[in-house]
Design a protein around this ligand. Structure first.
Ligand SMILES: C[S@@+](CC[C@H](N)C(=O)[O-])C[C@H]1O[C@@H](n2cnc3c(N)ncnc32)[C@H](O)[C@@H]1O
Length: 266
């Protein structure tokens, strides 16, 4: 798949930052925390976590060269003391080959891009020190109007040949009860899994489309030729206007799932 576009992804930065804000409001960080941020993207969250653990370190892992390059530029602009405690590496979060152990495994808006959540969460469990914390957030909005209309359109006869096999990434995200059982099975304790919905005012369906271009729409556009892409986008925009009942302001309700747990103390 074509690489991520950090510029496009960060266009709605204030909205995309809200779930991280919700995590920070609850997360207790020790001053010497050792943190891995899986799917760190352009690295802002990784840096903020390191800033809040003044004697700790934070490592961001991402498979996107463009994102890691952007994160590296962010690190280079930091005061030397903070920059020295932050590191970014290219890597696959589904199969992390890391020799070190961490006191916090963190992942914001990335695990839904990975197909096997059991295997990945088991790998992340192995990377935690005893009593280490796990904090994960993923979109769980596959029943929201934008995702439903996108999936329906892609399944229609004129698109099915190219897009029939393409799924919205959040379709693989399961319920809080599912993750609670899974984390318990994997040996985590103090498990807490729940949904939280964020209300994002948008100027119109065209902004929902812009938001989606950076994420959910990527695999769909990737499967189309340039000419077909424009036609698909135009049709989806019309569907969004019909489904939201407006071409003007609307509230984009974005449900997310949060997973909190801790590795047992040995
Ligand atoms: C929606 S962005 C989230 C970025 C960042 N965590 C944030 O909250 O702003 C998802 C990121 O996950 C990364 N990603 C997806 N699958 C991955 C994989 N298998 N291994 C490493 N990174 C992955 C993408 O490259 C992208 O940067």
């Amino acid at each position: 798949m074509r690489d991520w576009d950090p510029e496009l992804y960060n266009r709605f930065r204030s909205y995309r930052a809200q779930p991280f804000g919700a995590i920070l409001a609850r997360l207790e960080l020790d001053p010497d925390e050792t943190i891995v941020d899986f799917g760190c993207g352009s690295g802002e969250n990784t840096i903020e976590l390191a800033r809040r653990a003044p004697h700790g370190r934070a490592l961001g892992i991402d498979s996107s060269p463009a994102m890691i390059e952007r994160a590296g530029a962010g690190k280079a602009a930091l005061p030397a003391e903070l920059g020295a405690r932050v590191e970014f590496r290219l890597g696959d979060i589904a199969a992390p080959a890391l020799p070190e152990r961490f006191s916090l495994v963190f992942s914001n808006a990335a695990l839904h891009w990975v197909s096997d959540h059991r295997q990945t969460l088991a790998a992340w469990h192995r990377l935690l020190r005893p009593a280490g914390k796990l904090v994960v957030q993923m979109p769980a909005n596959y029943e929201e109007t934008a995702q439903v209309t996108l999936t329906r359109l892609a399944a229609e006869p004129q698109w099915r040949t190219e897009l029939g096999g393409v799924k919205v990434a959040s379709a693989r995200v399961r319920s809080p009860a599912y993750y609670a059982r899974l984390l318990d099975d994997l040996g985590f304790v103090d498990v807490d899994c729940y949904y939280q919905t964020f209300a994002h005012p948008m100027k119109g369906p065209h902004e929902v489309l812009e938001w989606s271009r950076a994420t959910v729409l990527r695999p769909f556009l990737e499967a189309l030729t340039e000419a077909r892409r424009q036609a698909f986008i135009a049709q989806w925009r019309r569907r969004l206007e019909q489904a939201y009942g407006t071409d003007g302001p609307l509230t984009f309700n974005f449900r997310r799932i949060f997973l909190w747990a801790r590795r047992k103390d040995d």
